[in-house]
Design a protein around this ligand. Structure first.
Ligand SMILES: NC(=O)c1ccc[n+]([C@@H]2O[C@H](COP(=O)([O-])OP(=O)(O)OC[C@H]3O[C@@H](n4cnc5c(N)ncnc54)[C@H](OP(=O)(O)O)[C@@H]3O)[C@@H](O)[C@H]2O)c1
Length: 254
């Protein structure tokens, strides 16, 4: 059963992609352009966005932690495209942290991953609610399902985003607005280059992009992939803590 309306055709769909310059966002932008969507690209690296756009997409540079720059990008996108049908809030950063390495500087992860998504949603949720339509997609992570070694602060931001997207759904679905929660497993991108362990079920960014668009087409609330990995994590997180903790140690070796 799909929790959101299905999407049959990407042609002409006005999509604002935040966090578009590399990795999953870049691959998703390329696929959206191939499918005929009208795409606006946002992140900090203007040169990378311009290369990606290649004259075929709008570039609206912004930092999600800077509300004024995000507001200006939102205004530019609305003016240039005449509105937004789908927004994908995908900006994020990662830094593996173990408990004994914890430094207050890791607060940056909260600023980008969580506060950044709230900043973008504060523009988009009222906009879609007022228009009585549209789609809002938020990229969290399976790292938000439960505690995992090296994900000390990253996982906490993603757990918060999962809760945030659930509550957005509860509020917005009755108003006719679709909400999608994107929970990828390991994807090969600049973000995961920092991981010095063998990442199980690692997929390419192109595959992630195909999964994201297919999930939106199906009208799924949670879009999680690859299933061979995410289903195992879902099961693991159903266990009581006295089984969960030793199993996580054994599986990760950490
Ligand atoms: N790769 C994985 O295995 C994986 C798994 C689960 C979830 N995710 C999530 O997927 C999303 C994309 O990650 P990725 O793996 O594709 O990493 P990535 O290649 O590092 O991409 C991150 C994107 O976020 C943008 N960004 C970072 N800080 C920003 C800021 N302050 N303001 C605006 N944009 C900002 C970056 O652009 P600029 O540098 O140009 O600003 C870039 O476009 C993230 O939310 C990540 O947490 C990734």
């Amino acid at each position: 059963m799909s929790l959101n309306p299905k999407l049959a055709d990407w042609t002409g769909l006005r999509v604002w992609l935040i966090g578009a310059s590399s990795g999953i966002g870049e691959a998703t932008a390329r696929l959206l352009m191939q499918r005929g969507a009208r795409v606006a690209l946002t992140s900090r690296n203007e040169a990378a966005l311009k290369r990606l756009a290649d004259g075929k997409a709008l570039v609206a540079t912004a930092d999600v932690t800077d509300r004024a720059s995000l507001q200006a990008a939102f205004d530019d996108v609305c003016t240039a495209l005449g509105g937004i049908d789908l927004a994908i809030i995908n900006a994020g950063t990662h830094q593996p942290v173990r408990a004994w390495e914890l430094d207050a500087a890791a607060e940056k992860l909260v600023q980008v991953n969580l506060v950044g998504a709230i900043n973008a949603s504060a523009l988009l949720a009222p906009y879609f609610a007022q228009s009585g339509g549209g789609r809002l997609a938020i990229t969290a992570s399976v790292a938000g399902y439960g505690g995992l070694p090296t994900g000390l602060v990253y996982g906490a931001t993603k757990a918060a985003l999962i809760n945030f997207a659930e509550t957005l759904y509860l509020d917005l679905a009755p108003k006719g607005v679709a909400v999608h929660l994107i929970n990828p497993g390991f994807v090969k991108t600049p973000l995961t280059e920092l991981n010095d362990f063998k990442m199980p079920a690692l997929i390419e960014a192109d595959e992630a992009a195909r999964e994201i668009l297919a999930g939106i087409e199906r009208g799924a609330f949670e879009i999680h992939f690859p299933k061979r990995f995410t289903r195992v994590l879902k099961l693991l997180n159903l266990l009581p803590y006295h089984l969960y903790f030793p199993l996580v140690h054994r599986i990760t070796g950490l």
